[in-house]
Design a protein around this ligand. Structure first.
Ligand SMILES: NC(=O)c1ccc[n+]([C@@H]2O[C@H](COP(=O)([O-])OP(=O)(O)OC[C@H]3O[C@@H](n4cnc5c(N)ncnc54)[C@H](O)[C@@H]3O)[C@@H](O)[C@H]2O)c1
Length: 310
């Protein structure tokens, strides 16, 4: 048990924490007044690796990173999509290398990481973006789909980060971006496996950030991204009556910007933070009632997902 002296010291630290909170809030306010272009970091010549770069927001982020002067590496299980990303980046004068890798295979991740280090160099920016969705009720979800969801949406983050973080630490700089989802903060019908994997992705980033700070690796930044529905095709058939639907170009741009600005948490739309607060304070019964009223319970009724030829 803490004695009186320790409790006194703790109270003092809490008061300092309160002052620090006010300072951070003022800092955030001042920063919003400074245009983003003055606050972005320079990534010219950096090596940026994007998983799932063969389509959707992954491809768009590859294009944007290359446009900012980064040497881009895209990893995807879809070879044709991956090569199309390289074509689009190179066409605009950027540099991009594609590696076909199945993120469900931990050994393939490690061996491809070794190849990237030998053939391209040490990774400065890692964007864990690849994702899959099953879109079925738990009892209809085949075990293999649940395992695949966890393999791609969260376990692969462990393997890629373990493969590249050491180099970042030894150079004292780097950035790890976790593409989670609003489904990593809020539940949604027919997404038990998907939401669980995204909640885990949010936890991965939160805890990694804390660990890096505790170990003194302050040069390595992390960003977690939680967007609502995006029209990439991944969630084809998803219906959103009361929540905004985001354009892939907007999301990709905001994610790259969040990384360039060292923003730790990106919620899209930004107003999602209000929902988070409500989620914390409202009783569970009210939250379930609201899910019904806002039709979240039926948003996956017509889900078809990404078709093979998309
Ligand atoms: N589309 C949305 O509504 C939405 C909303 C919030 C978050 N997200 C998240 O954003 C990320 C990108 O999604 P998107 O909408 O661009 O989807 P997308 O389907 O266009 O892209 C996902 C990419 O991941 C790749 N991939 C899947 N399994 C893989 C594996 N085993 N190994 C390697 N690559 C694999 C796919 O081939 C594809 O290129 C995902 O993590 C997704 O969960 C999407």
């Amino acid at each position: 048990m803490a004695d009186g002296k320790e409790i006194g010291l703790m109270i003092l630290r809490l008061l300092v924490g309160l002052l620090y909170t006010v300072y951070c809030m003022l800092e955030a306010l001042v920063l919003t007044l400074i245009p983003r272009r003055y606050r972005r970091k320079n990534i010219k010549g950096n090596i940026a690796l994007v998983t799932g770069g063969g389509s959707g927001i992954g491809r768009l982020m590859c294009r944007q990173l290359a446009a900012k002067g980064a040497i881009v590496v895209t990893w995807d299980v879809n070879e044709a999509g991956n090569l199309e990303t390289v074509r689009q980046v190179v066409e605009k004068g950027g540099q991009c290398r594609a590696y076909t890798v199945d993120l469900c295979n931990r050994h393939a991740i490690y061996s491809t990481a070794t190849r990237v280090k030998e053939e391209v160099g040490k990774v400065d920016i890692l964007i864990n973006n690849a994702g899959v969705v099953t879109g079925k009720n738990l009892l209809d979800c085949p075990d293999e789909s649940i395992i695949r969801t966890f393999d791609v949406n969260i376990l692969s983050h462990f393997w890629t980060t373990k493969a590249f973080l050491g180099d970042m630490i030894s150079r004292g700089k780097g950035h790890i971006v976790t593409i989670a989802s609003a489904a990593g903060k809020f539940p949604c019908n027919r997404l038990v496996d998907y939401c669980s994997s995204k909640y885990a992705a949010v936890g991965f980033d939160d805890t990694l950030r804390l660990e890096l700070m505790a170990e003194g690796h302050t040069g390595i930044k992390t960003t977690v991204v939680c967007p609502v529905f995006i029209t990439t095709g991944m969630f084809e058939g998803f219906q959103s009556k009361y929540f905004p639907i985001l354009k892939p170009e907007y999301v990709a741009e905001e994610v790259v910007d969040a990384m360039l600005l060292n923003t730790p948490v990106l919620m899209l739309p930004y107003t999602l933070k209000i929902n988070l607060l409500l989620n914390l304070i409202l009783p569970q019964k009210v939250l379930l009632y609201l899910s019904n009223v806002l039709d979240i319970t039926h948003s996956m009724d017509n889900f078809v997902g990404r078709r093979k030829n998309q």
